[in-house]
Design a protein around this ligand. Structure first.
Ligand SMILES: O=c1[nH]c(=O)c2[nH]c(=O)[nH]c2[nH]1
Length: 298
């Protein structure tokens, strides 16, 4: 049966680009997911396998990252227009470019200090609680999940163990990003104490967690986690135990040198997996750990 080629397009999908613009101590962030689809004179690559008209999808990816540096990201629309025009006008066989962009919104975490490089993703988190009562004892464990936060500086990771399989380069200034899953256990007992104001307790616990994340100069995510837990225990008398499960959402600096561009901690590739997973409980001294080790069981 003879066949003919119908509509076709190709390109690199879901290029996760994070652009940090540093204005002194105030950083600005643009976080995009950019998909490129090109079409034009592409019959031959399908019919005979000739790649003579094919700009590699790998190149379309590099272009996204290089343009983030060269032209900046003022808006997703402006960035998409730039890219689409580039592919169609610079490559004769390419007649049409479709650039799809998802943009993730970030809000600044306000802190008491001068630094303005900490952000929380908008509209993401889910608040949780679990209440257990056996006729005698109450246990209230509350928490949250999917609270995504980022520090665009003030994070290092170095001085770690190096064995035969270690290739990781020491980081002196990296992005620290995570999606917080946390649970905290209340010490409330019916007879002994007035009931906490649960709404205020949640708001304040969340606030201390975010501020500790923002204000800790991080030597590891483990250290940041411990600071977040400690800040809660120190400020909230009604809480005896905090457990966190923190994925380390890796952001890799993109090598723009092959394009003659310097990347001074500006353009990052946001990887979704694999990720480090850092988990720990922080306890008020003398209290028993009761939050399960695996938070998915709660
Ligand atoms: O904060 C970190 N803690 C680690 O244990 C670790 N391991 C790693 O490869 N990167 C990091 N980062």
């Amino acid at each position: 049966m003879p066949t003919i080629l119908g509509q076709n397009q190709y390109g690199k999908a879901e290029n996760r680009v994070v652009k940090i613009t540093r204005d002194g101590a105030t950083h600005h962030i643009k976080d995009l997911n950019v998909s490129v689809a090109l079409s034009g004179d592409m019959d031959e690559v399908h019919y005979s396998g000739s790649n003579a008209n094919v700009l590699p999808t790998d190149t379309t990816k590099n272009t996204v990252y290089a343009f983030a540096k060269e032209h900046g990201i003022e808006s997703a629309e402006q960035f998409g227009i730039h890219l689409a025009r580039h592919f169609v006008t610079s490559q004769e066989p390419i007649h049409r470019a479709r650039i799809r962009i998802e943009e993730y919104a970030w809000e600044r975490i306000e802190t008491s200090g001068e630094a303005r490089h900490s952000f929380v993703r908008k509209g993401q988190e889910t608040r949780l609680t679990q209440i257990t009562y056996d006729g005698e004892r109450w246990e209230v464990v509350s928490g949250l999940k999917d609270l995504t936060v980022m520090n665009s500086t003030d994070s290092e990771f170095r001085g770690y163990v190096k064995d035969t399989y270690t290739t990781l380069k020491e980081a002196y200034d990296r992005i620290l990003a995570t999606s917080v899953s946390g649970r905290w256990r209340y010490n409330w007992t019916e007879d002994a104490q007035e009931m906490p104001d649960w709404e205020t307790s949640y708001e304040q616990t969340r606030k201390h967690m975010l501020q500790a994340f923002a204000e800790t100069y991080s030597l590891s995510l483990q250290q940041t986690l411990y600071q977040m837990g400690t800040r809660i225990i120190d400020h909230r008398d009604e809480i005896d135990e905090v457990r966190f499960s923190l994925p380390n959402s890796h952001h890799f600096l993109v090598d723009l040198e092959p394009f003659g561009l310097e990347n001074d901690h500006e353009v990052y590739f946001a990887a979704d997996r694999p990720y480090g997973l850092i988990e720990a409980t922080v306890l008020r001294d003398g209290c028993e750990p009761r939050i399960p080790v695996d938070l998915t069981n709660l």
